[in-house]
Design a protein around this ligand. Structure first.
Ligand SMILES: [Zn+2]
Ligand SMILES: [Zn+2]
Length: 77
């Protein structure tokens, strides 16, 4: 069993989980510094200041260390 750590949904295969994570609305941000994906609510309290939820990571700032998954996809196309 594979669990999406963002929304806690479970999937029977790793492939299903990976496909889901591309669309998971609870994991739409990621940190460039450590590569972690997380939900917006985990990274910000006021919707203005963003910080990586990983306690060991210094990543912060939307558009700096923290990016939206959908924006990155557009750039790579
Ligand atoms: Zn999910
Ligand atoms: Zn980070």
């Amino acid at each position: 069993m594979h669990t999406c750590r963002d929304c806690k949904r479970t999937f029977s295969t790793e492939l299903e989980l990976e496909l889901h994570q591309d669309n998971c609305t609870d994991g739409q941000l990621f940190c460039d510094a450590c590569g972690t994906r997380f939900a917006e609510a985990e990274a910000t309290e006021d919707g203005w200041h963003y910080r990586c939820p990983d306690a060991d990571c210094e990543g912060e700032g939307i558009g700096k260390d923290i990016h939206r998954v959908e924006d990155v996809r557009v750039q790579t196309l």
